[in-house]
Design a protein around this ligand. Structure first.
Ligand code: DCP
Ligand code: CA
Length: 426
């Protein structure tokens, strides 16, 4: 009996398997992430064993090391002193988490260009579900190869990519692909692929379970197939059930995308009420800038832009605009917000004490509009601005209009203006 028939026969709801047929999940993982970033920033490290996490005699453990260092038996989680004993010539680096985070953000930004269904498994590891995007791609494996190429070119880091019909198979495929490779578990080849993999490859099998299974002469995933479900359950409890399914490449877990927030907003109360129109617009522009940074970080586009004004008598007014094509870029959102604001303010006889902008009806990916020609000029500008800011801080690039706020607020190059409402320094 083939493995497939066996698990189909035993699955309670065969129709749910049917629904899953045709899924395409891509797993992508950056190789030796922290160490690879260090090598990129300092090419003199290339080809030498590099250990990130601390200096040789410091307390603590290695966060990771490059593949050269792995040859000495060093691995993540190993005490630094021990790593030093194994490889006294190794180059030990404390590391800089903020830098790695910036690389990670860029990594996810690229992934979201291929599908909105992205699950971040960690800083450098993600699942992409391409199933919904089928009409966009001639072939899933070609799309997955393109993702790999793009990430490697734009990040300058090597990645391993696995493709399969679900998360477990995609993840195991990545394991096979490491380092820097690509591996696809083709439909119908699951059994061949799994049979000879070591049991330690399965996430459900920890070190203790490994010892028990090896005592039972079970070393490969294929060896597990002979174990009845009930035996696994009595050995490992609920975990046994997981092992039973994983070892057969069965996994119905969805790719879990982060929940889309209802809205993103930025507002501020002024130090003193303001009547000067240009100064009010400067605030609005700055808030739009902060808002769009928030949208980009979350890979969100807004269908609704709303401007809020509170007058010196505390009356509050809101104007909103519904957009056919959702927006993310600063200049585009500011244009809409300015228009809304001027409509509000032109009829006012009072000065203002607060201004705010809100983006709602958010979507994760920009749907291609049938009505408007798509131009990526503003998007490319935003990416360039983000790049400079990643390096030199948010305050390093501001428009002339925004810089009018210099007259009122304290300015920190890294953070930007320190507005009155603390949350708005965000
Ligand atoms: N990390 C850490 N502490 C650990 C494990 C990992 O700080 N115990 C950090 C350092 C890694 C990063 O997370 O660079 C990613 O972890 P991975 O497990 O993906 O390991 P690497 O990317 O370093 O290596 P590879 O994926 O090539 O095995
Ligand atoms: Ca990794």
């Amino acid at each position: 009996m083939t493995m497939k028939r066996r698990h189909f026969g035993e699955t309670a709801k065969p129709e749910s398997e049917g629904l899953m047929r045709g899924r395409c999940v891509v797993h992508i993982d950056i190789d030796a992430f922290f160490a690879a970033v260090e090598e990129l920033l300092n090419p003199a490290l290339k080809g030498k064993p590099v250990i990130v996490g601390g200096l040789p005699h410091e307390r603590g453990v290695a966060a990771t090391c490059n593949y050269e260092a792995r040859r000495y038996g060093i691995h993540a989680g190993m005490p630094l002193r021990q790593a030093y004993q194994l490889c006294p010539n190794g180059l030990f680096i404390r590391g800089n988490y903020q830098v790695y985070q910036a690389f990670s953000e860029k990594f996810f930004r690229i992934l979201y260009e291929y599908t909105p269904d992205v699950e971040a498994a960690s800083l450098d590891e993600a699942y992409l579900e391409l199933t919904r995007c089928r009409p966009l791609y001639a072939s899933f494996s070609e799309a997955a190869r393109r993702v790999k190429g793009r990430v490697e070119k734009e990040l300058g880091l090597k990645v391993s990519v696995g493709v399969g019909p679900n998360k477990i198979l995609a993840k195991l495929a990545t394991k096979r692909a490491k380092p820097a490779g690509f591996f696809e578990v083709e439909p119908g080849r699951e059994e061949d692929f799994l049979r000879d993999l070591g049991i330690e490859c399965l996430p459900g099998i920890g070190p203790k379970a490994q010892v028990i299974l090896r005592m039972l002469n079970i070393h490969k995933i294929g060896d597990l197939w002979g174990m009845p479900r009930s035996a696994l359950r009595s050995l490992f409890g609920l975990g046994g059930e997981e092992v039973y399914l994983q070892s057969r490449g069965i996994d119905s877990r969805p790719v879990f995308t982060r929940i889309v927030p209802k809205s993103v907003s930025r507002e501020t109360t002024f130090l003193e009420d303001i009547w000067d129109r240009r100064l009010l617009l400067a605030h609005l522009a700055y808030l739009c800038d902060r808002l769009t940074l928030g949208l980009r970080e979350e890979h969100l586009f807004a269908h609704v832009i709303e401007v809020k004004a509170r007058y010196s008598d505390f009356k509050t007014e809101v104007r909103r605009c519904l957009l056919l094509t959702p927006l993310q870029e600063m200049t585009a959102i500011y244009r809409v917000a300015e228009d809304l604001f001027l409509k509000l303010f032109s009829t006012s006889r009072l000065s203002l004490r607060l201004v705010g902008v809100r983006a709602s009806d958010l979507v994760r990916a920009r749907p291609l509009s049938l009505f408007e020609p798509y131009s990526d000029r503003e998007e490319r500008l935003a990416v360039a601005v983000d790049r400079v800011r990643e390096k030199y801080g948010f305050g390093s690039l501001l428009t002339v209009r925004e810089r009018m706020l210099d007259a009122i607020y304290e300015f920190e190059p890294r953070r930007g203006f320190v507005l009155k409402t603390a949350s708005l320094t965000r």
